[in-house]
Design a binder for this molecule. Structure first.
Ligand SMILES: Cc1ncc(COP(=O)(O)O)c(C=O)c1O
Length: 389
């Protein structure tokens, strides 16, 4: 089956039988009834399939897990109550004891806080590197216990060479966890490039409609067994309705990602000529430092994320924001509607101005999650908001 068809059918477990619902029933049951002790025992040990208690498993969650695993080319998946919960169980499954974690220095702020505020006090050590610099990654990986990278960095949209990093880490016996939230399995499948496990904030593109919070991690059956046990013990597994919604979102993932990708590149190209815009960041612009890697690893498009720097800093961003008609300020991404975020007070608020400057995030940096509206409307809205008057 072609990948585009997979998103439509993944997780169904084969052809729908006669008189079965085409869309899955929502199963909110917290507990299932058993009439045979041996049968319950077999379900509880996993010898026989069967749901018995909602924190352990649920049919809607299972379908979502199977769907994302299938799309990413992994054996199994675990769905959690948020992307952060997926990251947490994934890290603990890959590195149950304190290790050095080599991570993208532009890491999503929540992930950085998890490393600094929860894992470092428990003995882990986070080592942040420029993951687009192969020598820096190589040097940091010697003696490390985990590499944690994002397919596309936030907010400047750089693309690390996942294939080269995974090969280098494999030689050193170090697992690689990839946060594939920005690309989705439609545009990039890190397991095929050598990653050990892949996670998503399903709140973003997988769900796609800004109406749920969820996370999914996928990998080998053994690794997902460890991740699932932790999610069950700590009570972070995903509820049925959000799982149902996320799966519904996935059905249109392929067409949405194509449109997001086309629109973001169109907007990035157009913004280059808008007065007041100092710099545009998109991995598929020829001037991007990631152009060559992105062209190779994201041949079907780079998704909906892009950023630009405005001359005039925060005041210029506020002026543009108050004049935008179609585009809203909202501190998330990956929905069908175009939104902007201001990293200084959203994703990167935990960093000092010096740390932000080192990453290239300034007072004029605006991140855009480009939606699926008509590209002409999106471009026109930014152009009028930044225009004279
Ligand atoms: C790249 C990335 N990873 C992980 C997360 C965390 O996901 P969630 O908010 O679903 O916990 C986010 C949220 O913005 C994100 O952008």
């Amino acid at each position: 089956m072609k990948h585009a068809s997979r998103a439509v059918h993944a997780g169904r477990g084969g052809k729908a039988g006669a008189r079965t619902p085409l869309a899955p029933d929502l199963s909110p049951a917290a507990v299932h009834v058993y009439t045979d002790l041996d049968d319950y025992d077999a379900a509880a040990t996993g010898e026989r399939p069967g749901h018995y208690y909602g924190r352990n498993s649920n049919s809607n969650r299972k379908m979502l897990e199977d769907a994302v695993a299938e799309l990413e080319g992994a054996e199994a998946g675990v769905a959690t109550g948020s992307g952060m919960a997926a990251l947490h169980v994934a890290i603990l499954a890959l590195a149950p004891k304190p290790v050095t974690i080599v991570a993208t220095r532009e890491l999503y702020g929540g992930t950085m806080s998890l490393l600094r505020q929860d894992l470092e006090p428990a003995g882990y050590e986070a080592h942040f590197v420029d993951v687009t610099d192969p020598d820096a990654v190589k040097a940091a990986t010697n003696g490390a216990g985990l590499v944690l990278i994002e397919t596309i960095t936030n907010p400047l949209c750089r693309v690390p060479d996942i294939e080269a990093i995974a090969a280098m880490a494999r030689d050193r016996g170090v697992p690689v966890l990839v946060d594939n939230t920005f690309a989705s399995p439609v545009l990039c499948r890190p397991m095929e490039l050598g990653a050990t496990a892949v996670m998503h904030s399903a709140t973003k593109y997988l769900g796609g409609h800004s109406d749920l919070v969820a996370g999914v991690v996928v990998g080998s059956t053994a690794l997902m067994g460890a991740a699932r046990s932790r999610a069950v013990r700590t009570g972070t597994t995903l509820g049925p309705f959000d799982a149902w919604l996320a799966l519904r979102g996935i059905r249109t993932l392929e067409v949405r990602m194509r449109r997001h990708s086309d629109n973001s590149l169109a907007l990035a190209r157009a913004m280059r000529t808008v007065p007041g815009v100092a710099k545009v960041h998109h991995p598929l612009l020829e001037e991007s430092p990631s152009f060559a890697v992105a062209t190779r690893l994201l041949p079907q498009g780079a998704g909906g994320m892009m950023a630009f720097d405005l001359e005039g800093g925060r005041a210029a961003v506020q002026r543009m924001m108050s004049r935008l008609q179609l585009v809203a300020f909202a501190a998330s991404l990956g929905g069908v509607e175009t939104t902007i975020s201001y990293p200084v007070i959203t994703s990167h608020r935990g960093l000092t101005p010096e740390e932000r400057a080192q990453l290239g995030v300034g007072a004029g940096t605006v991140r855009v999650s480009v939606g699926i509206e008509d590209a002409e409307d999106i471009v026109a809205d930014f152009a009028q908001a930044l225009g004279p008057g």
